[in-house]
Design a protein around this ligand. Structure first.
Ligand SMILES: [Zn+2]
Length: 193
């Protein structure tokens, strides 16, 4: 085998490889997921370490960014993102409260019947004493005691049901955008987004 058999006839006109070092470096970085263009902020030490008490995750680039900054370093309007989150949360707490009020009202409906049913036990013995009583009788007192016991029980149950609304009502009366931002991290940790 001569040297002419092992190489193409135009070996003397073959040009050096077109792939330059810079291109090869790019290719290498891309292949090993080290391409910085895709993720320019990956190792940025000036960014927060992760979404936390003082940071949130940017919806555009996915990088953590400080809550105090209005704009992410990618240009995304973080304040707007936070306000959207706030409005969604605000709608949810109002809807949750309305639902709780409806559920409580549904539970209180039978109580009103009991309340209405207990009044004759009190009113009738009183009328009896006022108009029809001929002499001392103890039975009307028993009826009255029964009526008052029913009334007391319904009032106590009603108070317990209304007390369940208090935390939700307190939240509705006291929340602000600032308090939302302050408690955001803990809420996300406990309840999820
Ligand atoms: Zn961003």
């Amino acid at each position: 085998m001569t040297i002419d058999d092992r190489f193409p006839t135009n070996v003397h006109v073959l040009r050096p490889r077109k792939l330059k070092l810079a291109d090869r470096l790019d290719q290498f970085l891309e292949e090993h997921a080290l391409d910085l263009d895709d993720n320019p902020m990956r190792c940025d030490p000036t960014r927060p370490k992760g979404a936390g008490v003082n940071a949130l995750s940017c919806a555009a680039c996915g990088q953590p960014e400080y809550l105090t900054r209005d704009y992410c370093r990618c240009g995304h309007y973080l304040r707007g993102q936070l306000e959207d989150e706030f409005l969604a949360w605000e709608g949810k707490i109002h809807a949750d409260h309305d639902q709780l009020v409806c559920a409580t009202e549904a539970k209180m409906k039978p109580l009103r019947f009991i309340f209405a049913a207990s009044s004759p036990f009190i009113v009738v013995p009183m009328l009896h004493f006022a108009f029809w009583a001929d002499g001392p009788s103890i039975f009307p007192f028993f009826w009255m005691i029964f009526g008052f016991a029913l009334l007391g029980a319904t009032a106590a149950i009603e108070r317990v049901l209304l007390r369940a609304l208090e935390p939700s009502l307190r939240l509705l009366n006291s929340y602000t955008f600032e308090s939302f931002v302050q408690n955001r991290f803990f809420r996300l940790k406990v309840f999820g987004p």
